[in-house]
Write a protein that binds this ligand. Structure first.
Ligand code: SF4
Length: 316
């Protein structure tokens, strides 16, 4: 029975620092995997390539990319829409529009939302699990475990990121399988600060992801559903094409939804008016306001807003 170190890499400072630590400790037994959500900025894709090239130069295997695929689920949903929605009183026009929209594009983030008929939110946060955790488990960890080997899943979480993460142990046996193989979670930078992570970059002469110097507090999806107000403003100024892409995605997901409504940033409550009006453009306008903006005073997207609550360290 062998043991495999599988390290989840996002292109952010924490997973890069963890990768460098893993290189120091066990360069001969290291697999680095990035789950491509389809909602990353090109700068992050370029950064992944930069780190991967560094690894190859050091004699390590390159970073492996995995992707979720929702084509089967979308086909099933289209069938359901065509055969069941009429019985539920959905108007034919909405059925036709949804059926036409339920076509897989190959972009995991968009396809996931089209399938679900909605965008994820911090309350219904299915994105990290569906786009990152499951592809890494199914495409990388499971084959190793099925072969009877043990997997150590390296996760770049830090205690000072959130209350939930502050309670995590450094080592944890996640599961023992019938064939005797074991899946372990290992969080070697759990006690580190953000400064420690940047110091690790310096030590190895690796640049951090350039997005940090462009006003982004976290690196991952662009935008993330947990994006801060000031980050959204920066994105809209620097990368208007990202806003345009989200605008198009809102239309696509809206068409596929039963309510014919979907917005990238979720409503603070179950507000049926919200989905019709609160588009990405409304949020961009709000991000330009100095304090809150009266409509969103109670909204979560403040500058000290939440981080992804996933405990797997797949999202910063
Ligand atoms: S929590 Fe944010 S970064 Fe993570 S998958 Fe969801 S949108 Fe992407």
């Amino acid at each position: 029975m062998s043991e495999h170190n599988v390290l989840s890499f996002s292109g952010g400072k924490d997973s890069t620092a963890m990768l460098l630590l893993a290189y120091e400790r066990m360069p001969d037994n290291l697999q680095v995997v990035m789950a491509d959500t389809g909602n990353e900025h090109q700068i992050t894709y370029d950064y992944v390539e930069y780190v991967s090239d560094w690894m190859v130069a050091k004699g390590l295997p390159p970073i492996r990319t995995v992707k979720a695929d929702f084509a089967r689920q979308i086909d099933g949903k289209r069938e359901y829409v065509l055969t069941k929605w009429a019985d539920k009183g959905v108007p034919q026009e909405a059925i036709d529009r949804a059926a036409a929209a339920l076509v897989a594009t190959g972009n995991p983030f968009l396809d996931l939302c089209v399938w679900k008929g909605r965008f994820p939110s911090s309350k219904v946060a299915f994105c990290s699990q569906e786009l990152k955790q499951f592809p890494i488990i199914n495409q990388v960890q499971k084959p190793l475990l099925d072969a009877g080997d043990d997997v150590i899943s390296w996760q770049g979480v830090r205690r000072d990121e959130s209350l939930r993460r502050s309670l995590l142990p450094m080592n944890e046996l996640k599961q023992t399988f019938e064939n005797g193989s074991e899946l372990w979670n290992y969080r070697p930078i759990i006690e580190w600060t953000a400064a420690d992570c940047f110091d690790m970059h310096k030590k190895h002469g690796i640049d951090p992801n350039p997005l940090y110097k462009m006003g982004m507090g976290r690196v991952g999806c662009m935008p993330c559903i947990n994006c801060r107000k000031d980050e959204l403003l920066e994105i809209s100024k620097r990368f208007p094409e990202v806003i345009e892409r989200i605008r198009n995605w809102e239309q696509a997901v809206k068409s596929a939804s039963k309510r014919q409504g979907a917005t990238f940033f979720a409503a603070p409550s179950d507000d049926s008016e919200w989905s019709a009006t609160q588009t990405i453009d409304v949020f961009v306008e709000w991000s330009k306001t100095k304090r809150g903006g009266r409509l969103y005073d109670m909204f979560r997207m403040q500058n000290d807003g939440p981080v992804c609550s996933s405990i797997y360290g797949l999202c910063e």
